[in-house]
Ligand binder design. Structure first.
Ligand SMILES: Nc1ncnc2c1ncn2[C@@H]1O[C@H](COP(=O)(O)OP(=O)(O)OP(=O)(O)O)[C@@H](O)[C@H]1O
Length: 299
């Protein structure tokens, strides 16, 4: 339903994203991960129709997004710093969006204002960062978006509000197939809510996969041998990382679990354990694989 084909965008001669191919199915929650400056916000802004691509196309249901008022009606973007007009209250912003979004749902707006207990007559700039973000969610969800774009959505929200907002998002995905694209550095949060993952680095999409596949494709293996570690232990597999702890070798390997286990067993290990990996670990090891590792700065 959302399709980026060979999309590039540069600013002042520097590539922000390059040759991106990405597809997002209707009703899915897609987590966009990446290093700082990888191009996540640029992709969200391209999909929101704020930027026009230099090359390639950004399509929603096969129509170009840029300068397409029909699609813009169906998309809502909450940037990392939510935007409100100066001196506006939540009620003022609500009236503004009611005019421009045909699907504005006043009943829903009233319910949400009541649930979040926000004074809709108070100027928005006087609220804390977290309450401003809650206000942005109220407005976003009241427009009944088909596509919700979120840049660091949970930044500054307390755990109770986070949980409420996650439930609201999941409800809209389940009941009316809303599609959500989330850019975040909070991988615990992404792991909790997303079903697809895209990993960006330096403007390029390194991985695009279903979260379950990504997890079942990457393994943390703890192995030890009576003698030295066999030289060709992981030949033929993608070894992302390895470290020795005493006589135990810990490796992060990509591939089918049964094939990796089959290969290791040929060398008759005395210990062989497969340990679960978090999304955060997968991300860090993938980044290490492309030379973006944490360095020992002081030693
Ligand atoms: N309006 C702009 N003018 C100039 N350069 C820009 C602009 N927007 C983005 N860039 C550059 O494009 C690259 C990608 O930026 P972007 O904000 O998309 O990254 P990001 O993945 O969202 O980063 P972060 O995780 O740090 O927020 C960066 O090198 C950034 O400096």
């Amino acid at each position: 339903m959302i399709q980026f084909s060979k999309v590039s965008k540069s600013f002042e001669g520097t590539d922000a994203v390059e040759n991106i191919n990405l597809h997002i199915q209707k009703g899915s929650i897609y987590g966009l991960l990446g290093t700082n400056g990888a191009g996540k916000t640029t992709l969200l802004k391209l999909l929101a129709g704020i930027y026009v691509p230099d090359n390639g196309s950004v399509l929603v249901d096969e129509s170009k997004v840029f300068e397409n008022s029909y699609i813009k009606q169906r998309v809502f973007f909450i940037p990392d710093q939510p935007f409100f007009f100066s001196q506006y209250t939540l009620a003022d912003m609500g009236k503004f969006y009611k005019k421009i979004y045909d699907n504005w749902n006043q009943e829903r707006y009233v319910l949400l204002v009541d649930a979040f207990k926000i004074d809709e007559k108070r100027k928005l700039h006087k609220f804390s960062k977290g309450v401003q973000r809650q206000a942005a969610f109220i407005l976003a969800l009241s427009t009944m978006p088909e596509i919700l774009l979120l840049d660091e959505p949970m930044d500054g929200l307390d755990p109770v509000v986070r949980k409420n907002i996650k439930s609201l998002i999941i409800e809209d995905v389940a009941s009316r197939e809303m599609t959500v694209l989330i850019s975040s550095h909070n991988l615990r949060e992404v792991e909790d809510i997303c079903d697809y993952i895209g990993i960006l680095h330096k403007g390029e999409l390194l991985i695009e996969k279903e979260l379950d596949d990504l997890k079942s494709d990457t393994h943390k293996i703890q192995v030890a041998f009576k003698e030295n570690v066999p030289e060709n232990l992981f030949t033929g597999f993608n070894l992302l990382h390895q470290e020795k702890r005493g006589s135990v070798l810990i490796c992060i390997v990509k591939g089918k679990e049964e094939e990796i286990v089959g290969k290791v067993m040929q060398y008759q290990p005395v210990i062989l354990d497969i340990l679960p990996l978090t999304l955060e670990e997968i991300f860090i090891y993938e980044m290490e694989g492309v030379g973006y590792a944490i360095k020992n700065i002081f030693t």
